[in-house]
Design a protein around this ligand. Sequence first.
Ligand code: FAD
Length: 401
Amino acid sequence: MRVVILGAGHGGGHLATTLARMNADLEITLIGDEPVLPYQRPPLSKAFLAGDLAESRLYLRPEKIYDNAGIERLLGVSAVGLDTEQRVLRLSDGRDLSYDKLVLATGGRPRFLDIEGKDLAGVFCLRSLAHVNAMREQFQAAQSLVILGGGYIGLEVAAVARKFGKNVHIVEKEERLLARVATPETSEFFKRLHEEEGTQLHLSCHAERIEGQGRVRKVVLSDGQVLDADFVLMAVGLEPNIELAEQADIVCDNGVLVNEFGLTSHEDVYAFGDCANMMNLALGRFCRLESVQNAVDAGNVVAAHICGVEEPYQAVPWFWSDQFDVKYQSVGLAQGYDEVIRRGSDDRRYSLFYMKDGRVIAVDAFSRVKDFMAAKKLVADKVKLPATQIADEDFEIKSLL
Ligand code: FAD
């Protein structure tokens, strides 16, 4: 059986080696338009941007692992057409590749704001290794950064830039940071953290235009302020790469729509990771998540299904972000909670437990790794816990597990 994995990112790379381990008889081909082996993206806006991590440390696996597993790699090549009747993928180099099972792990691309001045030199976005390599010199030389978008990537880049003493502005059109992905309590934590560290925040505000002669000099905001800028980062979210699926009439709705096994509306075609809106049985609904946890756990589900084992997707989502001296970790989806309990009195080291009907449904932990580890289990097992015990730092939550 020939399995073709389209997209050699975190999910595609993980799936290829997992499949090879599960069934050595599979013919596996991994196709990616980036010219490099699968790598981790999280450090791109953290340690790698800061210069604290070598490029060699980004890669998921060394080349010899793919060689030994017999995984064929077609890198620097993109798929430009898909014929699900003939089970053929058309490649940018003119080749047609047939498959028995196709997996779409195409991730997404950064959204780019269509505003005046967007094409000036010094305006960047951040998704890939190539993006960081293209911006690195100018990032290092920059004095004044304007970051459009107060999501995780924008905040992480701001934290790195502040570490180097740069003047940093974040412009966010919503009234709070992380509005799409975090609770108001967690937005407030990051607002305070960044303000204490000297990031200048402009909330409920957007960039009207970017000005400069050939290269960026200023950003004009909707509230009339004009910010000096020699570096602008657009960090305003991601567009899932679903065009190929759409052209092949595969059902898409906020990503490629897939069931709890990662199967699309077309038999023999799977999708997972950032590009897929997948049924999660633990949450009882479709979710399109942009996280390493999702790319890895959903990849395991797809690998099992291709090998004939039905293990529905029911992983509890978790995520992390590193900013300044804070390691943030979250687990569960904090939606529809009726109570929030704080554990820990230090304003940079505490956890928030989100409760519904006395059960822990999600936790945000700020530099509280032990709480996070315990919370993963509490949330997965829907444990009932009295508020007084959670708030009591002397009580070992771990003892309940
Ligand atoms: P990707 O890793 O994006 O891989 C998709 C690949 O498919 C890409 O290489 C793409 O170029 C390729 N492709 C697309 N279309 C085609 C085509 N037609 N032909 C060939 N190739 C194609 N997650 C966390 O959990 N924690 C973090 O702290 C965190 N930080 C992040 C920081 C940054 C800067 C970024 C960009 C992401 C971060 N993430 C983080 C998210 C995480 O990296 C993604 O969720 C994960 O990479 C998703 O894996 P994927 O395989 O679905 O997509």
